[in-house]
Every structure is written in structure tokens, then in C-alpha cells.
Design a protein around this ligand. Structure first.
Ligand SMILES: Nc1ncnc2c1ncn2[C@@H]1O[C@H](COP(=O)(O)OP(=O)(O)OP(=O)(O)O)[C@@H](O)[C@H]1O
Ligand SMILES: [Mg+2]
Length: 396
């Protein structure tokens, strides 16, 4: 069927209407926001692997906290931020231009007007730019500026939510971590009630390096770890999405899709979309589901696993071991002992280094349930793709 009619959105942030699961994580975020409303700033770190749904939770959280808790919010992407100044400037900009539709927008602009000037681009979008070196002052006075905004919005908005996504690089900056710590502590030290909740989003490594940059942040921080969807959530996702487009999925086909998705929302969108494109009509049978799964494994593999894993393995011996491993049965688990039986002497010598490397690259992990020497691929999609790649490499 035609891709433009697909209900799946691979590579795009989810629309709140299609948001599935994460009720517990959402409640933790809401609680931290409510604690901040009592007057002391709170810090939340939303962590999880790539594609697990961190940004989606952040945006959905923003949507709900604005609608149900009367938050005023700023959502900033820090992927290109190189310094605290960059982060602070983005927060101020987003507080203004991310809320242009809000009736209280002018009040925020009124407060920030001292440090920033407003410019309209093509007469449509409002942007603000720091005046001269006022940005440094704004950074130092951040909590007082946010306090002024809260006071201005009294009766209209309950408090401020700042979401900082893609924290990854900045988490290594000691200056940034120290600034965050000061933002949390200063209002308390000054006995100033500041209803501010900061939600940071990043990979688990980013949380680690932020804490390394300022160890006492660990005590101030509430961590939300986003795990794979449950089988129930994954099932609901496929059923709702297909139903919204008028398609019906056979129970066996649904079970296959759910079990191979491994709870990763990014894969679910790719798989759903591939199944949609493979299907000739609105009836999704097992044959169609399997066809889609193979297409999706190719796609996800080319986009994600090839650059992150295959291209990172330069050694010919490692590549040979991976192919031998992948050509075994399609089981997601394997043991070191069964793998070693397939290898020649020189490959055996580097096997442990190979296993370490693949773990580091996030392709396999130790399988605690299976006991010592048991490993598993990190997802069925990894497993499928390496199998496809190995089959291709050995065919003429
Ligand atoms: N709860 C959800 N319901 C429906 N779709 C979701 C959900 N969470 C994530 N997705 C979808 O999964 C994909 C990946 O999600 P998202 O971009 O939020 O992940 P991420 O963890 O921020 O990834 P990255 O580490 O690459 O930034 C997107 O296409 C998104 O629409
Ligand atoms: Mg993201």
C-alpha cells in the first residue's frame, strides 16, 4: 500500500494522539513538577537507549503538564550547544518563541526584554537575540529572571518547566554542571520560592558524565529510565495504528510483529511502515508481516546497525566471526562454547576481544539468565540484520 497513507511515522516524533504507554514515567515527571510548585526547583533526568522514546516522552510530558498542571514551558535541543551560554540563550529563546500562541507570551517577553531584543523573521516567527554581553548577566541571574516570569504569570501559570533534550555533549562540561547545581541551590539558600522543574534528556552515558562533572547532582536528581515497551504496550501500538488506517491484523501476524519489535518504539514505526508498504490490502496476514519484517531489518540495519556496528569493525577476523555467528540458527541467544566450535585457530585467539568489542558497540550483551558464557543480541532486529548481511556475503 502507499507509504503516504501509512499510519506509522518512522524517524519522526510521535503525535500526542498516538503516544503509547509510559504512564508510570509520566507520573514521576508530574510528581517532580508538583514538588517544584511547592517552591524548591527539581531536576529530572530522562535517560534511555537511542530510539527508546526519550524525546517523545519529553514532548508528551510538556503537552500534558501544560494542559493539566498549567505549566509554562521551554523545550530546548542542546545538540549544538557548546557552552552554558548557548544553553541559557536557547532556553530564553524557546520561552518566548515556543509560546507565541499563549495569551501570556507578552509577559514573558516583558521580563526577558531587558536582556534580549526581539526580531521577527520574515514577519512570522518571533526570535529573540541577546543584547551585547547581557547574556552573561542573564546566566548569572537566571533564577531571578525565572522568578520574575513566575511572578508575572501568577494566576495564569503554575510554574516553569524547562526541558533540555540531547544533553549529550554538554554533560561533560563542569561549568554547565556547576551552573545547574547553582540553579537548584540558590533559591533555597535565598529562601526564594521558585517553581522550576528542569527535565534533562540524554543517553545513560550523558547522565553518568553529568554526575562526574558535579557529583552532588546525583543527590538532587530524579532519574527516569525509559525501558522497552511491554508486550501489552507494543500490541496496543500496532493494533491502534493499523486500526486508525482501517487495517486488520491477524492474531498470528500481530504476535510475530510484537515479539520481534523487542519493545523499541523506533523499530515499531519502521516495522509497521514496512508491513504497510508490503501489504496489498487492509488485511495483514502472517506472510505480509514476515515480508515487512525482512524489509524493516534491512532498513534499520542500513540506517543504524551498519554505521554503528559493521563499519566500526575493521578487523577481517572479527567480521568473519560475526558472519559465522550470524549464520547459525536465528536464535537471539548463543553461547561462547558453541561459537568457538565454528572458528579456526586464529579466530579463536581473538574471540574474547571480539565479544568485548561487540558489547561495547551495543550489538550483543551478556545474558544473565543463560549463565556464564551466554550472550544475546541486543534486539531481534540486530539478529535479523546480521543474518541477512551474512547470507548476502556468502552468496555469489
Ligand atoms: N510512547 C510512544 N508512542 C508511540 N511512538 C513512540 C513512543 N515513543 C517513541 N515513539 C516513536 O519512536 C521513535 C523514536 O522515538 P524518540 O525519537 O522519542 O526516541 P529517542 O529516545 O529520543 O531517540 P534518540 O536517542 O535517537 O534521540 C519515533 O519515531 C517516535 O515517534
Ligand atoms: Mg531524542
Amino acid at each position: 500500500m502507499r507509504e503516504e497513507e501509512s499510519p506509522f511515522r518512522p524517524g519522526r516524533v510521535v503525535d500526542p494522539d498516538f503516544f503509547v504507554g509510559r504512564a508510570h514515567e509520566m507520573e514521576v515527571l508530574r510528581t517532580q513538577f508538583r514538588i517544584a510548585l511547592k517552591g524548591a526547583p527539581t531536576l529530572v533526568f530522562i535517560e534511555g537507549e537511542r530510539g527508546i522514546g526519550k524525546t517523545s516522552l519529553g514532548l508528551y510530558g510538556r503537552h500534558l503538564l501544560e494542559a493539566q498542571e498549567d505549566a509554562a514551558s521551554a523545550y530546548v535541543m542542546l545538540s549544538h550547544a557548546e557552552s552554558t551560554n548557548d544553553a541559557v540563550r536557547l532556553i530564553a529563546e524557546r520561552l518566548v518563541d515556543g509560546n507565541v500562541q499563549a495569551p501570556w507570551h507578552k509577559k514573558v517577553l516583558g521580563v526577558l526584554g531587558g536582556a534580549f531584543q526581539e526580531a521577527s523573521i520574515a514577519g512570522v516567527r518571533l526570535k529573540i537575540r541577546p543584547r551585547g554581553d547581557e547574556l552573561g548577566v542573564f546566566k548569572e541571574q537566571f533564577v531571578y529572571e525565572i522568578k520574575k516570569i513566575c511572578d508575572e504569570l501568577e494566576g495564569e501559570r503554575s510554574g516553569v518547566l524547562v526541558i533540555m533534550d540531547e544533553l549529550n555533549g554538554l554533560s561533560e562540561s563542569r561549568e554547565f554542571a556547576t551552573w545547574v547545581k547553582a540553579v537548584l541551590d540558590e533559591p533555597v539558600a535565598q529562601r526564594m520560592a521558585l517553581p522550576l522543574c528542569i527535565a534533562m534528556i540524554g543517553l545513560p552515558e550523558a547522565r553518568g558524565s553529568l554526575i562526574e562533572s558535579h557529583p552532588s547532582l546525583a543527590r538532587s536528581m530524579k532519574t527516569i529510565t525509559i525501558k522497552p515497551w511491554t508486550l501489552t504496550d507494543t500490541t496496543r501500538f500496532y493494533v491502534d495504528a493499523f486500526e486508525s488506517a482501517g487495517a486488520k491484523v491477524d492474531p498470528d501476524a500481530l504476535a510475530t510483529l510484537v515479539s520481534l519489535t523487542g519493545g523499541v518504539p523506533a523499530y515499531a514505526h519502521e516495522i509497521g511502515n514496512a508491513v504497510w508498504c508490503v501489504a496489498d490490502d487492509l488485511h495483514i496476514t502472517t506472510r505480509v508481516a514476515e515480508g515487512g519484517l525482512f524489509q524493516a531489518a534491512e532498513l534499520i540495519g542500513r540506517k543504524i546497525f551498519k554505521p554503528r556496528v559493521l563499519d566500526a569493525i575493521r578487523s577481517k577476523k572479527y567480521r568473519a566471526i560475526l558472519r559465522k555467528l550470524s549464520k547459525r540458527n536465528l536464535n537471539i541467544r548463543f553461547t561462547r562454547r558453541e561459537l568457538i566450535g565454528d572458528l579456526d585457530a586464529s579466530e579463536k585467539n581473538v574471540l574474547d576481544n571480539f565479544l568485548r568489542k561487540l558489547r561495547k558497540l551495543g550489538a550483543i550483551e551478556r545474558d544473565e539468565e543463560g549463565g556464564v558464557g551466554t550472550y544475546k543480541f541486543c534486539s531481534y532486529m540486530h539478529r535479523f540484520y546480521f543474518w541477512l548481511e551474512a547470507s548476502r556475503a556468502h552468496s555469489p
